[in-house]
Design a protein around this ligand. Sequence first.
Ligand SMILES: [Ca+2]
Ligand SMILES: [Ca+2]
Length: 225
Amino acid sequence: MTATNIRSGVCASVLALVAIGAAGGTAEAAALELQVDGAPGPFTAGSLITIELSMRDLKGEEAAGFQAFLSYDSKAMTFILGEYTDDPFGQPILAITGVDGELDLAAGLLLDGSQSPTSADATLAVLTFQANVDGICIPDVAFRDTFPPSRLTSVAGEAIKPLDLNEFPLPACAADLDFSGDVGIVDLLTVLASWGAECPGDVNRDGLVGFTDLLTLLSAWGPCP
Ligand SMILES: [Ca+2]
Ligand SMILES: [Ca+2]
């Protein structure tokens, strides 16, 4: 098994199922999201878990900075390192330190005027944790309630709306559980072998391996385009 970026590849059929399942439709909203970058769980004690904070779908709204307030389970995971990407926002406003299960992040455009507001999708920070226990399926990192809330800000310093806070959105070819480049028998056996458990066959990342995962997998059968 080769662990690769879980966001590589696109399975249109899986995306279609996700769209149906996401009642309410949020496709038009800008998003600030947390995404596990690398192999999905289960993570064993001592393994590193990388989580990216990113922005996407700004639909032409230009962002000049962001602030994000996170929480994580400090018993299950230890915060190791947090790094801003410097692009598009090179001016850190808060140092990234993990204290008592909380992380605060904020950055904006460089003060020398060499950076411009952008509506492009971008990774804003990369956070590395170490698993303290065996069997973490979905890392427990989330946006926490604060005022002012986690948000992207415009040049005027106002919140960009509407903004969705998404946690661990599905990888594009989520049913390819072994990263083989297609959805096939190995993936099917993984789902069946972990039926009723939390992972590793949890295709739709709802915390349980079951019929939805099986149906999603079958609908995506074949190569990841
Ligand atoms: Ca596969
Ligand atoms: Ca599931």
